[in-house]
Design a protein around this ligand. Structure first.
Ligand code: PNS
Length: 163
């Protein structure tokens, strides 16, 4: 059985993330999306909220489950017998940041990291810009799953577009 680990902050999950999850789920027997808390950063959504949003947005992927982790990612991969960490890359800026982590993770336990290029139509989407645009009243409906759009509107306090 091959198993992949897709880690991230996912605050909140975007269509770019979901697109990567779908493509990883087609390549591996099992996929575990792992929400990793950043102790130095208070997010817009709590860890349990992020998990619930990902679960709803990936309900069509039966071989995918969602978990959270607070320690080293490599320890989670080993505990769950996951053979690879898979990350989406939006471009060279992402690569520069990810290459160092991939090499550190491999040096620690031998776990490999595989990179998947972002779908071009989603390659400019990020959780942080989605939040910034939504907070300032912009339309992010093309870049987040419908349940995340609802959650953003509730969190920000903006009226629903159709109300
Ligand atoms: O979505 P992000 O914020 O780019 O995700 C970064 C994340 C959570 C994947 C990364 O910070 C991580 O792997 N954290 C877990 C702690 C860890 O293993 N750190 C060592 C990295 S070499």
């Amino acid at each position: 059985m091959s198993g992949a680990l897709c880690p991230g902050s996912f605050d909140p999950v975007t269509m770019g993330h979901v697109n990567v999850f779908e493509r990883v789920a087609a390549q591996f027997d099992t996929v575990v999306v792992t929400v990793v808390a950043n102790p130095n950063k208070k997010g817009m959504f709590g860890i349990d909220e992020r998990i619930a949003l990902i679960e709803e947005a990936t309900a069509h992927l039966p071989n995918l489950r969602v978990a959270s982790w607070e320690g080293l990612l490599v320890d989670f991969a080993r505990q769950e017998s996951l053979t690879a960490i898979v990350k989406g890359l939006r471009g060279m800026v992402d690569y520069d940041y990810e290459e160092q982590m991939a090499n550190l993770n491999r040096a620690m336990t031998g776990v490999e990291t595989l990179f998947m290029p972002a779908e071009p139509r989603l390659s400019f989407v990020s959780s942080s810009y989605v939040k910034e645009i939504a907070v300032r009243g912009g339309d992010v409906s093309g870049w987040v799953p419908p349940n995340v759009l609802t959650a953003l509107r509730e969190r920000i306090g903006a009226p629903a577009a159709d109300s």
